[in-house]
Design a protein around this ligand. Structure first.
Ligand code: ZN
Length: 194
C-alpha cells in the first residue's frame, strides 16, 4: 500500500542518524503493543535523551483495549504541555514524546489523524522532535491532533452522513484504517528523522 505523507506534517531537512531501536535484533523492541511492560514501554521512545526517557510518566492504563486502539496516547497532569504516543511502524511499536504548541487560531481545527470534522473534543497542535541527529539539530514534526488522543474512539462513532444503502460498517472500517495510516506516517517521520 503506498504511503501517504502525514497531513499536517511540517517537513524538516536533514539525513537520519541510525537509531538503536531500528535494529530488529534490539531486545528492547522485541515486543508488540500487546505485551508492553513499563520498562519496555519506556525503551520504545525514540526522540528523547536517556534522562528524558527515564522521566516519562507511564500511562494510567493498566490494560489497554488494543482491539479498539490504533495507538496508545496519554498526557500527564504534572506536565500539561507534554503528550506521549506509542504507535506501530511496520509492526513495531515506536514511542514519541510530543509537546503541545500554540497554533494560529482556526475556526475548526481538524485532527490530522482521525480526520473528524465533527469532533466532540479539542484539537491542538503538537510538535515532536525528530529522533537522532536531526532532532539534535532542532528538527521537528508538527501535527494537529485530538488533545487527549481520542482518535480511536472518534473513528468508531457512527458516521453522521447516512442514507439508504450507505454501508456504515465499511465507512467505520475505512476510518480505522486511515487513522492507523496517518499515525504510522507521523511516527515514521519522527523515528526516521527525515
Ligand atoms: Zn483525532
Amino acid at each position: 500500500m503506498p504511503r501517504r505523507p502525514c497531513p499536517g506534517t511540517q517537513d524538516a531537512i536533514g539525513p537520519a542518524a541510525p537509531h538503536p531501536s531500528r535494529d530488529p535484533r534490539d531486545p528492547r523492541t522485541g515486543t508488540t503493543m500487546h505485551a508492553l511492560d513499563q520498562a519496555r514501554l519506556r525503551a520504545l521512545f525514540v526522540n528523547v535523551s536517556q534522562r528524558e526517557r527515564a522521566a516519562i510518566p507511564m500511562p494510567g492504563i493498566p490494560d489497554p483495549d488494543w482491539a479498539n486502539l490504533e495507538y496508545l496516547g496519554w498526557r500527564d497532569a504534572k506536565r500539561p504541555r507534554a503528550g506521549y504516543l506509542v504507535a506501530e511502524v511496520d509492526g513495531e511499536p515506536v514511542g514519541i514524546v510530543l509537546a503541545q504548541v500554540e497554533q494560529p487560531p482556526r475556526a475548526r481545527p481538524q485532527c490530522a489523524w482521525c480526520d473528524d470534522v465533527t469532533l466532540p473534543n479539542d484539537v491542538v497542535g503538537f510538535s515532536a522532535r525528530r529522533a537522532g541527529a536531526a532532532g539534535k539539530r532542532g528538527d521537528s514534526v508538527g501535527t494537529l491532533a485530538c488533545a487527549r488522543f481520542e482518535c480511536s474512539v472518534n473513528v468508531r462513532r457512527q458516521p453522521t452522513i447516512a442514507y439508504v444503502g450507505f454501508d456504515v460498517h465499511a465507512a467505520v472500517e475505512r476510518r480505522i484504517r486511515s487513522l492507523a495510516e496517518h499515525v504510522e506516517a507521523f511516527a515514521r517521520a519522527v523515528r526516521d528523522g527525515r
